[in-house]
Write a protein that binds this ligand. Structure first.
Ligand code: GLY
Ligand code: MN
Ligand code: MN
Length: 495
């Protein structure tokens, strides 16, 4: 099959057909212009296909929520046209593309994940009229469906515009008409930048970076408080992630025989089977790699006696991700020093989680966890006290390295464009979800700590929902306390 169709689809065939022919509709250039495609075959391929239109579709589960989100956005930008693209495929090499992941802003407002889609909110009356612009189904008559690399015969069936309307609850139009419409549009416009160069080019004379950034910031801040649908998805993400961690524990012997890649591949299987993907590159860091915060090469050995720091999260089909870390003894038992360090991080996390409640300052959980870690570092003689002096000078940061958490949602570092006053200087509210993830990291070449500390890294990370009266740990299915971790590992290895 590939033999026959590749010439017509390839760059070589396009070049052979000539640049002029590239400009023409496929129907006009099919006869004799494609090597390996006879006129008879070209004609034959236009007919004999069943009507597969889907009718009476139910709206997707989040349709009511996306309508509320669009209404909130509309209220913030009255009288302005708002353009929110999904993004395009990105070339990896030649005609091979990276896996597509719709922009968070677009998916948040539509529930759709199509590449090349664009949501437009057009001012109407006191509010806006929403339209989602999508690539319609491939045309069978002109050969697009099998002669174009983006034809459905190659990439799979898309929803028709009528189907998309029913599913999303938003009127749908052909996205190929949108650039022209945008060029002709009058009145104030804003676009979410960075996803679709062609859409931005169509608006280049109408938008400013500053005004577009205000739109991005607004959408980032709007996502801070999760609705009921989102909380359900985050719980699903955490539950799948817990199962992925169990999968890893069960195959630690295979990882020992191979490398950290076995851990990565094992978790990835769970993410792809139960969800859309991993929400970020899994950090599968054994031994001293645990002290590298974003260790994603995952090509090192997994050795009995060392720790495995696994930081990984399943992203659900609706694009909500977990972000969970456990630091596990590869042979099932923490050594005395590993346990001392682990317990310090555990105590710091307990203090951090206890500081997560409505009305608390966002910074409180970080400060609470840092204080506990600093007390231990002073107690162990690694830094000279008193604790207040160390905290004031930030000397603990040589070993604590990073902030104690971040907002979590569709992006692992969610709400990243929010203003400082709305985020790190802000106040926690019910519905916010954040990670609490203190750590201690003693680099292998850190001459300021005793030799036995060197190469040990510990992080414990959970996903904490702010509730009306406190918090709920969405990733509580995974044990955290050292003795519970050991018992859990022993049970999984036996089972
Ligand atoms: N996995 C990245 C982080 O914990 O922030
Ligand atoms: Mn993490
Ligand atoms: Mn995190």
């Amino acid at each position: 099959m590939a033999e026959e169709l590749i010439p017509a689809d390839s760059d070589e065939a396009a070049a052979a057909a000539g640049a002029e022919e590239e400009e023409q509709p496929i129907k006009q250039r099919k006869n004799g212009l494609y090597p390996g495609v006879s006129d008879e075959l070209a004609e034959n391929m236009t007919s004999g296909w069943a009507d597969t239109e889907l009718r009476d579709l139910e709206p997707i589960a989040q349709a009511a929520h996306t309508a509320d989100r669009r209404a909130a956005l509309s209220a913030r930008f009255p009288g302005e046209r708002l353009v929110i693209p999904s993004g395009n495929l990105k070339t990896r090499s030649n005609d091979t593309e990276y896996a597509f992941r719709a922009s968070t802003e677009y998916a948040y407002l539509t529930g759709d994940q199509s590449e090349d889609g664009v949501l437009v909110l057009e001012p109407q009356g006191g509010g806006h009229r929403a339209t989602v612009y999508l690539l319609p189904r491939s045309d069978r008559e002109n050969g697009e469906f099998w002669l174009s690399g983006q034809g459905e015969l190659w990439v799979g069936r898309r929803h028709s515009l009528a189907e998309a309307e029913q599913l999303l609850g938003i009127p749908a139009k052909d996205v190929r008409e949108l650039p022209e419409k945008l060029r002709e549009a009058t009145g104030p416009v804003r676009v979410v930048r960075g996803h679709d160069a062609a859409i931005e080019a169509a608006l280049t004379d109408k938008v400013t970076a500053e005004r577009d950034e205000e739109l991005r910031v607004n959408l980032s801040e709007a996502r801070a408080v999760k609705d009921a649908f989102e909380i359900g998805e985050l719980q699903k993400a955490c539950d799948s992630t817990a199962r992925g961690f169990e999968d890893v524990v069960k195959v630690l012997d295979k990882a020992e025989a191979t490398s950290e890649r076995y851990v990565e591949g094992t978790f990835f299987l769970r993410a792809r089977v139960e969800g859309n993907d991993v929400g970020y590159g899994s950090i599968c860091a054994a031994g001293p790699h645990a002290t590298t915060l974003h260790w994603v090469r995952n090509d090192g050995p997994v050795r009995s006696g060392d720790l495995l720091l696994l930081d990984a999260g399943v992203e659900t089909h609706t694009l909500y991700t977990a972000d969970v870390t456990r630091t596990l003894p590869i042979n099932g038992r923490y050594s005395a020093l590993q346990r001392t360090i682990y317990d310090a991080v555990y105590d710091a996390q307990e203090a951090g989680i206890a500081a997560v409640r409505p009305g608390a300052k966002y910074r409180d959980f970080h400060d609470a966890a840092q204080r506990v870690l600093t007390e231990r570092l002073v107690e162990w003689g690694l830094v000279e006290g008193p604790v207040e002096r160390v905290l004031e000078l930030g000397l603990q940061r040589r070993w604590t390295l990073h902030g104690t958490g971040h907002m979590l949602g569709m992006d692992v570092h969610d709400c990243a464009a929010a203003r400082t006053e709305a985020y790190v200087d802000g106040t926690l509210e019910p519905g916010m979800c954040l990670t609490v993830e203190p750590g201690l990291y003693f680099q292998a070449d850190d001459l300021t700590v005793p030799e036995e500390y060197r190469g040990i890294g510990v992080r414990i990370e959970d996903d904490i929902l702010v509730t009306e009266d406190g918090n709920r740990n969405l990733s509580a299915a995974l044990p955290r306390r050292a003795d519970e971790v050991e018992a859990w590992m022993a049970a999984l290895k036996q089972g």
